[in-house]
Design a protein around this ligand. Structure first.
Ligand code: VGL
Ligand code: ZN
Length: 198
């Protein structure tokens, strides 16, 4: 089996002081850097939205961050503006060992659809291309770390498992947002998808 470490969205906007800060989002960085040395392949994802993205509350009159709306592809949480293409907040945490990465996969660039998962946009059908990249490299075993446990890590892990990859989530190297029980729901959906959570 060829293994890869998939590091999800360890970006300034998801760390304390950022636009969509995850509590303790920064404390996992040294552990992730150390874990990279155990893997033959390291891949990073980067949340990468155009200004005015449809997942931003500011794009919907009368709506506030963390409101839930119905989009054509299903329910969508509205977020504070974050990870805008080219902005400081979209940059990786300054201590993350970015140089170790073979691939940086950007997602969320479609103005009309959010993309929590590294594999599919939130319509669950538009692919990002990551599956093909992994298969053509012979990678079949993924370990996921990063932010946020209950959104991008969860959706990426579940999609990877559904696609037939062997998936482990290192929960000690993830941190979550926990909106209305989303943390518990995420742990349950990952377990149901046969994701190993350690
Ligand atoms: C994420 C909300 C919005 C994440 C990204 O990385 O989990 N969450 N965009
Ligand atoms: Zn986002």
């Amino acid at each position: 089996m060829t293994r890869a470490l998939l590091v999800i969205d360890v970006q300034k906007d998801f760390c304390p002081g950022g636009a969509l800060a995850v509590e303790e989002g920064d404390v996992i960085v040294p552990g992730i850097n150390a874990l990279m040395t155990d893997f033959p392949a390291v891949l990073l994802t980067q949340d990468w939205h155009p200004a005015g993205h449809s997942s931003f509350a500011t794009s919907h009159e009368g709506k506030s961050p963390f409101d839930l709306i119905d989009m054509s592809y299903g329910p969508q949480v509205l977020w504070p503006d974050h990870c805008i293409q080219g902005s400081l907040g979209a940059q990786f945490h300054p201590d993350l060992t970015v140089d170790r990465a073979d691939l940086i996969l950007r997602k969320g660039y479609n103005p009309d659809i959010d993309s929590y998962s590294a594999f599919f946009e939130n319509d669950h059908t538009t692919p990002t291309g990551l599956e093909g990249y992994l298969r053509t490299r012979g990678i079949d075993d993924l370990t996921l770390v990063g932010l946020a446990t209950d959104f991008c890590v969860n959706f990426s892990a579940v999609d990877a498992a559904k696609l037939g990859f062997k998936v482990t989530v290192r929960s000690d190297l993830c941190r979550g947002i926990d909106l209305g029980g989303s943390m518990q729901a995420a742990l349950e959906s990952m377990a149901e998808a046969q994701v190993t959570i350690t």
